[in-house]
Design a protein around this ligand. Structure first.
Ligand code: PMP
Length: 973
């Protein structure tokens, strides 16, 4: 598009060079004083074509930004910009806007002569604190969405704004994008870069031009990038909510506002084309895009990145000392490379699908089937049984499955189009893996002929494959030998396929780009819109990929919402194996949080034991069977004397509740002492002794009068720190003695033997010995809640109380006991157990069932056989050293708590005040999920990464966790 016409304002095509006006800080200070009555310092700020200064008051607060417009712009244009800023500020009170402030004469624009060779137009703009989005490394989906939201609001507010000053031709106006690239390309020195930029601009334009007349126009800010969007950081991650710099305001395509805003996302660390989607979604929610806009959006974004590079190259040539211009070029290349990393048509389809504007592709019609054979379909989705017992990690997995199906009598084995294949997912990967097939595989039992499905033309044939065009489609067969060329009629032989080898079948509408055989879940909607399911070619119906609908809405509708879920948009996890969790999108996550599955997920011994026992017997402990005896003996054998008598229940809450009841029954008292900031369960009794505000914000205010709490013995951030921490025992002992002397001697003292809520922090030396002694001196009992920390996780010790060299009277356990199967236990002395008779019988219908006992025994066996306690010690030490090394480089890591595989990485905003980095920790966990790691916050301030993976984790997994955390802390969250 060439525009040779007069404009009210600036015309870039007539005057392509715009060096920023040369004005010194002293001159700016003079203007501030004379024209604005301000005695302030002016500090030069970066800008490509204007000259900007931060205005600093004598008290060091920022009073505004002084902007000296490039003399190429006239007052009509500047007036339009000032009016637009005021209009947006009024229309969108939720947005912060850099509106112009009046000078001493009450004018928003100050004209100054003699400063540069023409009259200079100066404005003092309102300063918006918080910094811009440019200062963030990685942009989270929330930050990207906030950018789209700001762009949507600006677009909505400017929709009806007209002004003669909008009539201008700027190099940023994408209507002129290809002209700008052509005009400025000579400034790019590398010939390969020049050709890439030019061909990209032309490809983009060939898609935009046919839509141009359907793209609505309006006033557009045209520069809502990370540099001009101001953020608030009150919630840890940056959230865009302010707009500055209206210098590029123009009447042009409304959708350009979004294309330009979204493009800047690609300059940020860790982003890829799909990272822009939250911005598009947010913009669309405020200012819905029409079909043509959705179609034009990605080509416009690509064009924008090309314009930025040529403009930057030109500006660098004009103004070689402008650091702002030269610093930006790396980010701009990243944007361009990311923008062209996926074919434009594919990203357009991804965007349309995301906005609900995609259309279901029509099924391919066939004249003659490609093959005359009965096919067996191989299900390779995450939920398929083929992966049981770790099958997904087998190499040549697809060949093995196909051979097995043929051995079972199949003539032809086919895979499923569009179905994410778990076996293609690497165990540890920070990138979303290419697991979604854009075609199908066929594995014939014996050599076969493949027939032309329609009349058509062979367009490419080689020793390894053939591409055949007909009926509006292109069929590509790979792994076959072509036997024909030229025109072929439906039913004639196209190629031969060997027995027991894969043939890949891909179908795409003629003219669509050739798809890679596998793509990522993020790009799949794009590639699948541009390919077709080949199954109809085999005479088979298209496979419906099973969808669980909107699982979260269904969950919210049926499952009480106080049972919260991890993550705002969690992956759908339907399989686990060892220390991995596997999603239906074919992603493997490193599981750093599931302490319950000590042996690892889906342990075959546990599964086989459960299946066998369920087939034989499952009843209750009122019957006489061996498993309940054997399991009780085995449990008691892990504990020191006199802990030899076992109760079996179903959960940690039940176990700790029963422990409290045992203490009250045995002592005939009702008062209980508990440690603050602890969690012991959800039952009436355990909830009463739980005061962790992370689990219940009102916990401390709602204690029943029989519960007495002592200070949480936190040696990192509590009342006593470091060496002083021994004093927690003094205080607790004094409190217990006071209760005794008040005639309220406690029935018991309940405490986790390692401070779990604080991320596995060891209790101060001697703490349990001293507190247990005080309780016992008053006739009470010591309860150790080992639900989280016991069972080998600490590596050096099987039980947490061993670390303290103390022996409790009652131990409650669960979680690990059943490796995820509901199984809890209380172990105490014969004497304490017998005294429960004062309460009547104890019976739990499924506690101690043959099934739970068989599982409990299997778990103990595997723990021992696989030496998992030793593994916890070895890998745990390695992991802790890796995390401590990170602490040296990342000040946000306040400390690394814990031992063995119960570790806690505590995040602080300030190493001196230890202000908890709560929001940061939440954002870090979200980013870790994107990088393939499942980790969650714990602690009363939710600022500790609770690092307690299954005990089978290896050094490779531990290193992946450390490397991913390092990346997040380096790139940002
Ligand atoms: N005690 C402790 C220390 C726990 O961490 C928990 C669970 N988080 C419980 C008891 C309760 O266990 P459950 O969820 O199995 O009832």
């Amino acid at each position: 598009m060439t525009v040779n016409r007069r404009t009210v304002g600036f015309n870039f095509l007539e005057q392509p060079e715009l060096p920023a006006p040369q004005v010194s800080e002293e001159q700016a200070e003079h203007i501030l004083h004379e024209r604005y009555g301000l005695r302030a310092r002016a500090k030069s700020l970066g800008s490509q074509q204007d000259r900007n200064f931060t205005v600093i008051s004598p008290d060091e607060s920022v009073a505004g930004v002084l902007k000296i417009a490039n003399p190429a712009f006239n007052t009509t244009e500047l007036q339009a910009q000032d009016l637009a800023a005021d209009l947006i500020a009024t229309a969108e009170p939720g947005l912060r806007v850099a509106v112009p402030l009046p000078n001493v004469a009450g004018e928003k624009c100050t004209t100054i002569t003699g400063l540069v060779d023409r009259p200079a137009y100066v404005r003092l703009l309102k300063y918006l604190p918080g910094g811009t989005l440019l200062q963030s490394g990685y942009l989270s989906p929330t930050a990207v969405a906030s950018l789209g939201d700001v762009a949507g609001r600006v677009s909505r507010a400017l929709a009806g704004f007209t002004h003669p000053g909008l009539d201008r031709i700027l190099q940023w106006d994408l209507r002129h994008g290809t002209d700008v690239v052509t005009a400025l390309i000579s400034h790019v020195s590398d010939p390969a870069h020049r050709s890439a930029l030019q061909s990209t601009a032309h490809q983009a334009w060939s898609r935009i031009a046919p839509l141009a007349d359907d793209l609505p126009r309006q006033a557009v800010h045209l520069d809502l990038t990370d540099a001009n969007v101001v953020v608030s950081r009150d919630s840890g991650a940056a959230h865009a909510d302010g707009v500055i710099d209206f210098g590029d305001l123009t009447d042009t395509w409304a959708v350009a506002e979004l294309a330009i805003a979204a493009s800047c996302v690609l300059g940020h660390a860790g982003s890829d084309p799909a990272s822009v989607l939250p911005a598009i979604r947010a913009f669309n929610a405020i200012r819905p895009l029409c079909a043509s806009e959705a179609e034009a959006l990605w080509p416009l974004l690509v064009l924008r990145t090309a314009v930025l590079i040529v403009s930057g190259a030109q500006q660098a040539a004009l103004d070689p000392d402008n650091d702002y211009v030269t610093e930006q070029s790396d980010g701009e290349w990243r944007m361009f490379e990311q923008a062209i990393s996926v074919p434009m048509d594919v990203m357009t389809e991804v965007i349309k699908a995301d906005l609900g504007l995609g259309r279901a592709p029509e099924a391919v019609e066939v004249t003659t089937p490609l093959i005359d054979a009965a096919a067996v379909t191989l299900d390779l989705s995450t939920t398929s049984d083929v992966y049981d017992d770790g099958g997904w990690l087998t190499t040549d997995f697809e060949d093995l499955q196909a051979r097995a199906a043929v051995a079972d009598g199949a003539d032809l084995v086919v895979t499923v189009y569009a179905q994410p294949r778990l076996n293609r997912a690497p165990k540890l990967s920070q990138d979303s893996p290419a697991v979604v097939p854009t075609g199908i595989g066929m594995w014939p039992a014996s050599e076969i002929e493949l027939m032309a499905p329609w009349d058509g033309e062979v367009v490419d044939a080689s020793v390894d494959g053939i591409t055949f065009r007909g009926s509006g489609y292109e069929l590509t067969l790979t792994g076959v030998s072509a036997v024909t060329s030229g025109s072929v009629r439906a039913g004639e032989t196209l190629a031969h396929a060997s027995a027991q080898q894969w043939v890949q079948v891909a179908v795409r509408p003629a003219g669509a780009p050739a798809a890679p055989p596998f793509t990522t879940a993020e790009l799949a909607p794009g590639w699948l819109a541009l390919t077709r399911d080949p199954r109809p070619l085999l005479g088979l119906g298209s496979t419906e990929t099973r969808s669980s609908g909107d699982l979260l809405s269904r969950r919210d509708a049926s499952f009480a919402q106080v049972q919260e879920h991890y993550y705002r948009t969690p992956p759908q996890v339907e399989r686990g194996w060892r220390n991995y969790l596997l999603s239906t999108r074919g992603r493997c996550y490193l599981d750093m949080v599931n302490n319950v599955t000590v042996l690892g997920h889906a342990h075959p011994r546990v599964a086989a034991t459960a299946a066998r026992q369920l087939r034989k017997l499952n009843t209750n402990s009122r019957f006489n069977y061996e498993a309940v005896v054997e399991f009780s003996e085995r449990l008691a054998a892990t504990l020191p004397d006199p802990l030899d008598t076992v109760f079996l229940v179903n959960s940690g809450s039940e176990a700790s509740d029963l422990a409290i009841r045992l203490a009250t029954a045995a002592t005939g008292r009702r008062d209980v002492v508990a440690v603050r900031e602890a969690y012991h369960g959800w039952t009436y009794g355990t909830d009463a002794v739980s005061t962790s505000i992370a689990d219940n914000p009102n916990a401390l205010a709602t204690r029943p009068e029989w519960v007495h709490t002592v200070e949480s013995p936190n040696s990192f951030r509590g009342k006593y720190r470091g060496a002083e921490a021994v004093r927690y025992a003094d205080d607790a002992v004094a409190q217990i003695e006071e209760l005794i002397s008040d005639g309220r001697a406690p029935a018991g003292f309940i405490c986790e033997s390692v401070y779990g809520n604080a991320g596995g922090m060891a209790l101060p030396d001697g703490y349990l010995q001293r507190v247990y002694a005080a309780v016992r001196a008053g006739g009470g009992l010591a309860i150790s809640d080992e639900v989280q920390v016991g069972y080998g996780r600490l590596g050096e010790w099987f039980w947490g109380f061993q670390q303290q060299n103390a022996v409790p009277d009652i131990v409650s356990i669960a979680k690990s006991t059943g490796n995820g199967y509901p199984l809890g236990a209380v172990i105490t002395s014969r004497e304490v157990a017998d005294r429960f008779a004062s309460q009547g019988y104890f019976f739990s219908s499924t506690g101690g069932s043959p099934l739970s006992c068989a599982i409990g025994i299997a778990v103990l066996d595997v723990l021992e056989e696989e030496a998992l306690q030793q593994n916890a010690s070895r890998v745990g030490a390695h992991l802790k050293a890796g995390l401590q090394a990170l602490q040296q480089r990342h000040p946000i890591i306040g400390t690394v708590h814990g031992i063995g595989l119960y570790l806690g990485v505590e995040m602080v905003r300030d190493p001196l005040t230890l202000e908890p980095a709560t929001e940061e920790t939440a954002a870090i966990c979200d980013r870790m999920l994107e990088l393939g790691v499942i980790i969650q916050p714990t602690g009363d301030h939710l600022n500790i990464l609770k690092t307690k993976p299954p005990l089978c984790i290896d050094v490779e997994g531990a290193d992946f966790y450390v490397a991913s955390l390092d990346r997040v802390l380096t790139e940002g969250w």
